[in-house]
Write a protein that binds this ligand. Structure first.
Ligand code: UDX
Length: 459
């Protein structure tokens, strides 16, 4: 099918590349001239596993092309709107980019178009979009508006596209649902060649859920808010475990075994970040307010999350006493592993506070160093965890990159000034690091004393 994507951000570019991989003829529009020229030269402007190879393969084969919005409007039978909806000062989503695209479609498009809103938007955006289109419909365009919310996680977006739990389509006309089913048919039947795993054992057919547009829009905000609520819940349970002498990992395991609760999103730590959870949570609270519902529960979720940074800095201070003049290694800066995204990352707030209190922070992140250095010029950026950890009084882990779990602890114990690890994600095995002479401080009551005297052999 001839499909168009407007907006080549995380969601738009991933959707474009994956739809092309399924065999569709895709045109992706990007308004930023620099980004567009990068894409036309095969350069992906952010790090996302597997995405670059998918973009390159499909661009070379001619199934994925890039250009301007007008070209995208002319090209696609279906147009996915994937433009940004950043938060306004009051927490509401700014929908001006969506309105702008709607205007361009209304004044330019001919015949029939399936207009798909994929950007995260408040409930009733589909209704407003339809109203706007009908008011500006210069060419008597025939169209349907569909809400098709995105559930891709950064770091596993390609995998999530091909193996989703569900595909939600909010429609007002049956013909729109039929076309959406056709677009996603290979994913629904799991009949594609998997670009992530070979051989692929994850062939579970996703649920195709058809709703009205209002409900589909609410599903997106409600899902993200529910997951955020699970994280804040376990973070307070972690506080309780710490105070009462219990182990949050065991408590989370015990809770998660209950099929009604599930084990996912019960990892405590420095709190959730990224461009989705914090903004979607705020937006959902504002949406509820607008409709006269007091979602105080979610305001509390947000408050708990914001308190994590201060709490973690206090933990570091408890161990190091005075931060002024201390050298600290920070492992991980991205808001989560497998991405270079640092937007609303709690790690950055922690680093800023450590530096503000006089610590010298030596950081390493496999992908997010360049972006972070621009935000925090005082940060000392290192080539790897070993350079970052040389001569430090504490190693502070803020993002659970897989490579940190494979660290050479014997080598590290010879590099550090003091063998102390403060693990903000409970990512490391306490028994492994203590066996190498490190003191371990995790979140939620997980601590371990060194088993050996550290062999400090600094030059
Ligand atoms: C999220 C949703 O999962 C996805 O469906 C939606 O489309 C976009 O928002 P993403 O922001 O990429 O995806 O990351 P996610 O993996 O959900 O993690 C969000 C934040 O929660 C991260 O900061 C992560 O570190 C934190 N988190 C997650 C926890 O602190 N504990 C957990 O148990 C899980």
């Amino acid at each position: 099918m001839k499909l168009s994507i407007i907006g080549a951000g995380y969601v738009g570019l991933t959707t474009a590349a994956c739809l092309a991989e399924l065999g569709h003829d895709v045109f992706c529009a990007e308004a930023d001239a620099g980004k567009l020229s990068d894409l036309q030269n095969g350069k992906v402007p952010f790090f996302e596993p597997h995405l670059e190879e998918l973009v390159a393969r499909n661009h070379t084969s001619g199934r994925l092309n890039f250009g301007r919005t007008e070209q995208a409007i002319d090209h696609g039978h279906a147009i996915f709107i994937c433009v940004g909806t950043p938060p306004l000062e009051n927490g509401e989503a700014d929908l001006s980019a969506i309105e702008h695209v709607a205007r361009e479609i209304a004044v330019r498009a001919q015949g029939y178009k399936l207009i798909i809103e994929k950007s995260t938007v408040p409930v009733k955006t589909g209704v407003e979009l339809r109203r706007y289109m009908s008011r500006h419909n210069a060419n008597h365009l025939e169209y349907d508006v569909v809400s098709n919310p995105e559930f891709l996680r950064e770091g596993s977006a390609v995998e999530d596209f091909f193996h989703p739990d569900r595909i939600v389509v909010g429609v007002e006309e049956e013909r729109a649902a039929t076309q959406m089913r056709e677009i996603y048919r290979p994913v629904l039947e799991q009949s594609f060649t998997c670009p992530v795993h070979a051989p692929c054992s994850r062939r579970k057919e996703p649920v195709f859920l058809v709703t009205d547009t209002n409900s589909a829009e609410l599903i997106k905000h409600a899902s993200n808010s529910f997951l955020a609520m699970k994280i804040s819940f376990i973070n307070i349970v972690a506080d309780l475990c710490e105070a009462a002498g219990a182990d949050v990992t065991k408590v989370a395991e015990g809770i998660g075994i209950d099929g009604r609760i599930g084990p996912a999103f019960l990892n405590p730590g420095i709190g959730f970040g990224g461009f989705c959870f914090p903004k979607d949570l705020q937006a959902f609270v504002r949406i509820a307010e607008k409709f006269g519902c007091d979602f105080a529960l979610l305001r509390e979720v947000e408050r708990i999350n914001q308190s994590r940074v201060g709490k973690f800095v206090e933990t570091v201070k408890k161990e190091l006493w005075v931060l002024g003049g201390k050298k600290i290694a920070v492992w991980g800066l991205a808001f989560k592993p497998d991405t270079d995204d640092i937007r609303f990352a709690p790690s950055l707030s922690i680093v800023r506070q450590l530096i503000a209190q006089g610590a010298s922070v030596r950081a390493y992140d496999p992908q997010a160093m360049g972006k972070t250095k621009k935000e925090i010029p005082d940060l000392i950026c290192c080539r790897d965890i070993y350079e970052a950890s040389a001569g430090v009084e504490a190693i502070v882990l803020l993002t659970e990159w897989e490579e940190f779990r494979k660290a050479d602890w014997a080598r590290l114990s010879g590099l550090v000034e003091r063998a102390l690890i403060i693990d903000g994600r409970n990512a490391l095995a306490c028994e492994t690091v203590t066996a190498h002479g490190f003191q371990y401080v995790g979140v939620g009551g997980i601590t371990g004393a060194p088993e050996l005297t550290p062999s400090i052999s600094r030059p």
